[in-house]
Design a protein around this ligand. Structure first.
Ligand SMILES: [Zn+2]
Length: 165
């Protein structure tokens, strides 16, 4: 048991927020031809206004110091904050093969859901796998994420307003 094992918790995962999935797809495309990698964090469904018990994946945590190239992304575990509760991971396969590699399988045991995104990073160019590397169903949930939306919706008008104030 290492640090990483302690970071992951298993809880009912209802799915991934639409916005979070789109963010991961866009980030993967931006990283191409390098591999993109992050950890998945969740929010209680009730906090998002859903009348369901469980967690919705709402965040992708990029670990500072991740070394990335087109073959693999290596995470420096020493840079992972202690309070991180990751549900799993997300990473891209720039070669477009959406299947866990042997190296992937060796790390999947640490979380309950692992998303692999493949080039060319279209809406359906991803699959979810469980800790054994088996295909698993991950529902895409259309839910409002108040924090990130207010950030992304920040326009030049808002900035001007802020400067005037
Ligand atoms: Zn991989």
């Amino acid at each position: 048991m290492g640090l990483l094992d302690a970071l992951f918790r298993s809880s009912d995962i209802l799915g991934i927020a639409e916005e979070t999935l789109e963010f991961a797809l866009e980030s993967s495309e931006a990283a191409h031809p390098d591999e993109y990698m992050g950890f998945l964090r969740g929010t209680e469904a009730t906090e998002l206004g859903l009348d369901r018990e469980g967690l919705v994946i709402t965040d992708v945590l990029i670990i500072p110091g991740t070394e990335s190239n087109s073959v693999s992304a290596t995470v420096q575990t020493s840079s992972i904050p202690n309070d991180v509760k990751a549900l799993g991971s997300v990473h891209s396969h720039p070669n477009g093969v959406i299947r866990p590699s042997q190296a992937d399988l060796e790390t999947f045991g640490r979380g309950s859901v692992h998303v692999i995104i493949g080039a060319p990073y279209r809406r359906n160019d991803w699959k979810a796998f469980d800790s054994q590397g088996r295909r698993t169903n991950l529902e895409v949930i259309d839910v409002d994420l108040p924090d990130s939306e207010s950030f992304f919706d920040f326009t030049q008008a808002d900035i001007d307003e802020e400067l005037r104030g």
